[in-house]
Design a protein around this ligand. Structure first.
Ligand SMILES: [Zn+2]
Length: 302
């Protein structure tokens, strides 16, 4: 009997030990998983166009988290005020990816709060910058060449800071750039008739696109939110339009059309609405689709 009891006791002890071992092992595994989640490389982009670039570059990368800070789908960041929620999003970020050229004038504020966050500046080294006096036009991405340079900058910096995925980043960037080059080729061959044509541009984002197309543009000081132009300014534009027989008015998709319509009604010019790349459905091809859309609109100019 005594022997039997000892055997039962041993079995019970073995069972308890096995259970303890199992629980300890489970716990270690759990904390490892938690550690892994916290070790994800966290990328935060400033706004939509930069998010789309980062989304393309990081597609398929492992152990990363990509998020977009400013939820201004379709809008720019001029005079943007950081919300508490925006700041919170950057809290655990490893890198903050921005357009640069004055679009994000709050970056210093972010660095003040989170000095460890690395800033990736997509416009680094880009020389095609349009400047009016002191004022830099930050909408560099509407030039396809500039945009390609931004893609390269972001891919190279991400590869540097997150070596684990550098092959994926570089491959994705190359594939994305190949698609952009193809569209650029279509622009060059199909829009050559626009070279030297005069146009009125009511959206500052298209300064770079117009320069690429070699349009002779009268840039009218507006912003995306489309402040109403004064009667004097409108009169002046209409006079200039008629004197130069201008046929093209460029505005942004979603812009207020009122100023453009006033000018069109008094001149021989037609309104052409283009996509700015500032908003969309967050799909990988969002910007490529915008470029192709604009190509079709621009092809309709006689
Ligand atoms: Zn803007």
């Amino acid at each position: 009997m005594k022997k039997k009891r000892i055997i039962i006791a041993i079995i019970v002890i073995v069972c308890i030990l096995a259970l303890i071992t199992f629980l300890v092992w489970k716990n270690i595994e759990k904390s490892n998983n938690e550690l892994e989640a916290n070790n994800n490389f966290k990328i935060v982009t400033s706004f939509y166009p930069i998010y789309i670039i980062a989304e393309n570059i990081t597609n398929g990368a492992e152990n990363i988290e990509l998020s977009n800070m400013a939820e201004v789908n379709g809008g720019c960041l001029h005079d943007y005020t950081l919300s508490t929620n925006d700041v919170k999003k950057v809290e655990n970020a490893d890198v903050f990816v921005q357009n640069g050229e004055g679009i994000e004038n709050f970056t210093d504020k972010i660095l003040e709060i989170y000095s460890n966050v690395k800033i990736i500046n997509s416009s680094e080294g880009i020389e095609n910058i349009i400047q009016d006096g002191e004022e830099v036009n930050g909408h560099i991405w509407t030039s396809i060449d500039n945009y390609i340079a931004q893609v390269k900058n972001i891919a190279n910096n991400l590869s540097e800071y997150n070596k684990e995925n550098s092959d994926i980043y570089q491959n994705n960037a190359n594939e994305y750039i190949a698609k952009l080059e193809e569209i650029k080729e279509n622009y060059n061959t199909e829009l050559s008739n626009l070279s030297g044509q005069k146009a009125i541009c009511l959206n500052e984002a298209f300064a770079y696109l117009g320069k690429d197309l070699n349009l002779d543009m009268i840039m009218v000081e507006t912003n995306h939110e489309e402040s109403t132009l004064s009667a004097d300014t409108l009169k002046e534009i209409i006079e200039q339009s008629n004197e130069n027989d201008i046929k093209i008015i460029l505005i942004g998709d979603g812009d207020n059309t009122q100023n453009a319509e006033t000018i069109a009604s008094e001149t021989n010019a037609n309104i052409f609405q283009l996509k700015t790349g500032l908003g969309g459905d967050y799909s990988l091809d969002s910007y490529l689709n915008d470029l192709n859309y604009n190509l079709e609109v621009l092809k309709s100019i006689k």
